[in-house]
Design a protein around this ligand. Structure first.
Ligand code: HSE
Length: 426
């Protein structure tokens, strides 16, 4: 039977879950996978936490040097997060020829090429299933399950915190601030929620996933990013009345005109499978030219779900002697030949606060017509004497034309404000 020694760097929520699975399921993995996995040591500043998990002093390493000097350690699991010590520790492990398994999306999205170069030099494995969409096996699906396909698109709810917030705003009519507070109380959102609510976390994940899906290095800088902090509950409610649900989507498309990668709040039709992915759940929808549509759904965070993804990598690594790396040119700056779509097309939801007098609607629709933006749907609501809200849904059109239309609308005396502009996805 193959044996492998594991070191866990960081015993936070995910480190604890990983330790628990590896320890409690040792016999199960021997029987079902033919691998005997042992947690040889951990690296954790909080000794009490290690003790709580039942780890004795002898297995608590004092430094990364001690971890990599241990000949029984084959696989180093990094679950510290961030790009500080985590980067130093991962690099040290790879330089020592240890295989690394990480859940660190920020580290991976920012430094994948240099980490991979270190791994290649030493024929070490570099695994990152847990970096994207937690327990959902999206990376293995892309790498091991869809080789026969050219992947045409990847679309998903890849951040659970924002999905929880948007679900609460939709179902309970909460404001963004109220929903965020509740997400923080429940431990979904951090005390500083920026990485999640401004879309950085989803951007890191989309850059990794779209690189794998399209076999081209997609850097973070290539991903258009917009978070959910500007979303009003009114827009969610109007959208709902019109048959749409608001989600923060990561969207990647490989089209004839180039690659399109973006993270932004998006209305999807209520009957779109992504519309029913609620609370902190994640889901990814893929389209391959051979298989057609695939959808994966599950928990994108948490001790055991993320631990599940890490242990899956540990088992994969333990079973293999040769490792494979990205099949594309994995450069920090991407590949010069890759063409990106700058002015992408989308449908739009636009909400205007306007003067409620004769001729206003025709003046507004004239601005759309002049800019070649075709209207699909219009709804008008009288909010108070002399004031109305107009909601316009456009057909597919270029982003640049919508910008021109909005600029012109904002200059009209009859338009008090453009109160919401949200992209839509069919
Ligand atoms: N903060 C992430 C989320 C979980 O809310 O989905 C880990 O990426």
């Amino acid at each position: 039977m193959k044996k492998a020694g594991v070191a866990i760097l960081g015993l936070g929520v995910v480190g604890g879950g990983t330790y628990q699975i590896l320890t409690e399921k040792k016999e199960y993995f021997k029987k079902t996978q033919g691998v005997d996995l042992t947690v040889e040591c951990v690296l954790e500043k909080n000794i009490e936490r290690a003790k709580q998990l039942g780890i004795d002093d002898a297995r608590i390493a004092k430094s990364i040097e001690e971890v990599v000097a241990n000949p029984n350690v084959d696989i180093v699991v990094e679950v510290i997060g961030g790009t500080g010590v985590a980067k130093t520790f991962v690099t040290t492990a790879l330089k020592s020829g240890k295989t690394v398994v990480t859940s660190n999306k920020e580290l991976f999205a920012k430094h994948w090429p240099e980490l991979e170069a270190e791994a290649k030099k030493m024929n070490a494995g570099l695994f990152f299933e847990a970096s994207c969409v937690g327990g959902v096996p999206i990376i293995r699906t892309l790498q091991e399950g869809m080789q026969a396909n050219k992947i045409l698109s990847i679309k998903g709810i890849i951040n659970g915190t924002t999905n929880y917030i948007l679900t609460k705003m939709a179902n309970e009519g909460s404001s963004y601030e109220e929903a965020l507070k509740e997400a923080q109380r429940l431990g979904y959102a951090e005390f500083n929620p920026t990485a999640d609510v401004e879309g950085f976390d989803a951007t890191y994940k989309l850059s990794i996933l779209s690189s794998l899906a399209f076999n081209k290095k997609i850097c973070i800088e290539n991903v258009y990013r917009e978070g959910i902090t500007g979303i009003n509950k009114e827009d969610i409610a109007y959208g709902k009345e019109m048959g749409y649900t608001l989600k923060l989507l990561g969207i990647g498309k490989d089209t004839e005109n180039g690659v399109e990668v973006r993270v932004h709040p998006t209305f999807v039709k209520n009957d779109d499978p992504l519309a029913s992915v609620n609370d902190s759940f994640n889901a990814v929808h893929l389209v391959g030219d051979a298989v057609g549509e695939i959808m994966l759904y599950g928990r994108g965070a948490g001790a055991l779900p993320t631990g599940s993804a890490i242990v899956s990598d540990v088992i994969f690594a333990a079973k293999h002697d040769r490792f494979f790396y990205a099949c594309f040119e994995n450069n920090e700056k991407g590949n010069k030949e890759t063409k990106f779509v700058g002015d992408f097309t989308s449908k739009y939801y636009i909400r205007l606060s306007v003067k409620d007098t004769a001729g206003v609607l025709s003046k507004i629709s004239g601005v759309f017509a002049k800019n070649n933006v075709s209207i699909l749907e219009v709804k008008q609501v009288a909010v108070e004497e002399g004031k109305a809200q107009i909601i316009i849904v456009t057909h597919m059109c270029n982003e640049s034309l919508v910008k021109k239309t909005l600029d012109k609308l904002e200059s009209l005396p009859e338009v008090f404000a453009v109160q919401g502009t949200i992209r839509m996805e069919d």
